[in-house]
Design a protein around this ligand. Structure first.
Ligand SMILES: [Zn+2]
Ligand SMILES: [Zn+2]
Length: 342
């Protein structure tokens, strides 16, 4: 089969490899659509922790497809079923899982291999994080279950309430998903911040009430201006840089919540003013990944079009041209998500 193998930083090659063999409890799926993701781009450009991705590997983690082979011992799923799965499966029995923090599982397994003709789903993942896709839903929409699951988890942590003003730093794919989600949580005003005008225009089309270009405007002053001098009820950082993590703390009102959502490079630190936490009663939270429950909910929200993810897929390309897709994502900020069709 054809597969896009990642060997190292910016070293992605489309190769012919063996179709994976299916064992006990495993399932082979023909990939019908896989979507590019900010995490993929980050790994492509600067590498990542070995705990999550071991190179070389078939790349990509957002996908959906059709079951073509079912391993021994399984009554579900069946051949021909439309499914999505992963990209993670917690063990259910470690200390973190037993606390209900499945996203922090100490024995988490991760599934890579979406940019290929076929993908093999491990037995544990078939059990805890594989779902059937309703017939009306396209494969590319279903592939967006993973990023939406993470965003949903973040939005729950951020505790957005009806009528809140929410600032979202970053209008890339994740920032835009946060925008759509915050609106559904009842935010009455969402302010999107980015450096790229095209992305801010996009955010506006998706429902942002105000946009700020951080390259041209004083972000802190502008947010204060738009919030009667108080700052936002909730601020979500969706970029993953220490500088914007710190900036987020300056945009929130007293008693508000900052959700530091974007993953920063390992080893970095931020400064927090003690009086902001004490006298200002800030809540500062991180959010990592998602639990199987979030994946299931995210798929339901996409399927019911409660959260319509269709506008986020701005381009479709063939698997053979995946290098070109990553070059486009690296050099231009115009495309949000590219669907790779094997
Ligand atoms: Zn992703
Ligand atoms: Zn666990």
């Amino acid at each position: 089969m054809k597969a896009a193998m990642l060997y190292g930083v910016e070293d992605l090659r489309v190769e012919e490899i063996e179709v994976p063999k299916v064992g006990l409890g495993e399932v082979l799926v023909k990939v019908k659509a896989a979507t590019t993701c900010g995490t993929d781009l980050k790994i492509f450009k600067r590498g990542y922790t070995e705990k999550i991705i071991k190179l070389p590997t078939v790349f990509g983690h957002e996908w959906a497809g059709e079951v073509v082979e079912v391993g021994e011992g399984l009554e579900w799923p069946v051949k021909g079923m439309r499914v999505r799965a992963g990209n993670s499966a917690p063990c259910l029995h470690c200390k973190m899982c037993q606390k209900g923090k499945y996203n922090l599982c100490e024995n988490m397994i991760w599934l890579w291999g979406a940019y290929a003709e076929y993908i093999k789903v491990p037995a544990r993942m078939v059990q805890v994080n594989m779902q059937e896709i309703p017939t009306h839903l396209s494969y590319e929409e279903a592939a967006l279950t993973e990023p939406l699951a993470c965003v949903l988890h973040g939005a729950e942590e951020a505790n957005i309430k009806i009528g809140d003003t929410v600032v979202i730093i970053g209008a890339g794919p994740i920032g835009l998903l946060h925008l759509l989600t915050a609106k559904k949580f009842g935010a009455s005003k969402v302010i999107s911040i980015d450096l790229v005008d095209e992305r801010l225009d996009f955010a506006e089309k998706l429902g942002a009430d105000e946009t700020i270009n951080a390259g041209r405007e004083d972000v802190i002053r502008k947010v204060k201006e738009l919030t009667d001098g108080y700052g936002a009820d909730v601020v979500i950082e969706a970029i993953g840089l220490p500088a914007t993590w710190e900036e987020a703390l300056k945009l929130v009102r007293k008693g508000g919540t900052v959700l530091e959502f974007g993953g920063c490079p390992i080893g970095t630190e931020i400064k927090v003013k003690t009086e902001a936490l004490h006298y200002g009663e800030l809540t500062v939270k991180g959010a990592f990944h998602a639990t199987p429950l979030h994946f299931k909910k995210a798929l339901n929200l996409i399927a019911s079009r409660t959260i319509d993810v269709r506008p986020l897929i701005t381009k479709r390309m063939k698997l053979e041209n995946i290098r070109e897709a990553f070059e486009i994502l690296t050099t231009s900020k115009k495309e949000i998500k590219i669907a790779i069709i094997p």
